[in-house]
Design a protein around this ligand. Structure first.
Ligand code: AMP
Length: 224
C-alpha cells in the first residue's frame, strides 16, 4: 500500500514546516494545494486568475477546480508510491473525491495527521508568519526568523507577509477551517484514520510524534 498521508490542521499550525521534514525523510512529493494555486497565480494562468479572488478573501476555491487540479497532480509518476497531502481535502466533496481517486489506483488514505493548536495561539503565529515569495520557505519572526532580516536563508529571495496572512483574512481562514474543514475530522475518525498531534510543542517534538503516528498507521491493516 502506498503512503498517501493527509496533513490536517488550521492555517498557521505548522503543516508546511512539518511537511518539509517528512518529504525529506520519506521521499514523497509534497502536494500542497495552496502552493499549487500560488504557482498558478505567479504564472498568470486562467486557473490562477480564478483562484486569486477566493484566496485573497480567505475563502475556499470551488471544489470542482480544486479537485481537478489535485487529480492532475496525483497522477504524476512521482506520486505512484504516495504523497503528502497538505491543505487537501478541505471539504466533504474533496474528501469523497480523494477516496474515489485513490480507489481507482487500488489505494486509500493511510493516515490523517491532525495537528491542533488553540485559536488564540494560531492568530499569534499567523501574525508573525513570513514567507519567501520566491521559494515558499516559511519563517516565524519570533521562533524561526530568517538570519538576515527580510531575506530567505535558502534562496536569498524576499521574505514577506502573504496577502492572506493579513489579520482580517486570517480570521476568515480560521472560520472557514472550523466550519468547512473540521467536520472532515469526524469523517476520517469514523474510518479510524485520525492521529491527533499537539502542535504546541517544538518543531522536532511535533516531527517525532508524527513519525510515531505514521509507524502505527503502517502497522494497521489497510482501511479501504
Ligand atoms: P494554504 O496555503 O493551504 O493556507 O491555502 C491558501 C488558500 O488557497 C486557501 O485559503 C484557499 O483559498 C486556497 N486553497 C488551498 N487549498 C484548498 C482546497 N483544498 N480547497 C479550496 N481552496 C483551497
Amino acid at each position: 500500500m502506498a503512503d498517501f498521508i493527509v496533513l490536517f490542521g488550521p492555517p498557521g499550525v505548522g503543516k508546511g514546516t512539518q511537511a518539509e521534514l517528512l518529504v525529506r525523510r520519506f521521499k514523497l512529493p509534497h502536494v500542497a494545494t495552496g502552493d499549487l494555486f500560488r504557482d498558478h497565480i505567479k504564472r498568470h494562468t486562467p486557473l490562477g486568475r480564478l483562484a486569486k479572488g477566493y484566496m485573497d478573501r480567505g475563502e475556499l476555491v470551488p471544489d470542482a477546480v480544486t479537485i481537478g487540479m489535485l487529480r492532475e497532480r496525483i497522477e504524476q509518476p512521482d506520486a505512484a508510491n504516495g504523497a503528502l497531502l497538505d491543505g487537501f481535502p478541505r471539504s466533504a466533496a474533496q474528501a469523497d473525491a480523494l477516496a474515489q481517486l485513490l480507489a481507482e489506483k487500488g489505494e486509500a488514505v493511510r493516515v490523517v495527521l491532525l495537528i491542533s493548536v488553540p485559536t488564540d495561539a494560531l492568530l499569534e503565529r499567523l501574525a508573525n508568519r513570513r514567507t519567501c515569495s520566491r521559494c515558499g520557505a516559511v519563517y516565524n519572526l519570533v521562533t524561526n526568523p530568517p538570519q538576515q532580516d527580510g531575506t530567505c536563508d535558502r534562496c536569498g529571495g524576499p521574505v514577506v507577509q502573504r496577502a492572506d496572512d493579513q489579520p482580517e483574512v486570517q480570521k476568515k481562514r480560521i472560520d472557514v477551517y472550523l466550519q468547512q474543514t473540521m467536520p472532515l475530522v469526524d469523517y476520517y475518525r469514523e474510518r479510524r484514520l485520525v492521529e491527533e498531534i499537539d502542535g504546541q510543542q517544538t518543531i522536532p517534538e511535533v516531527h517525532h510524534q508524527i513519525l510515531e503516528a505514521i509507524g502505527r498507521s503502517r502497522a494497521r491493516p489497510a482501511q479501504r
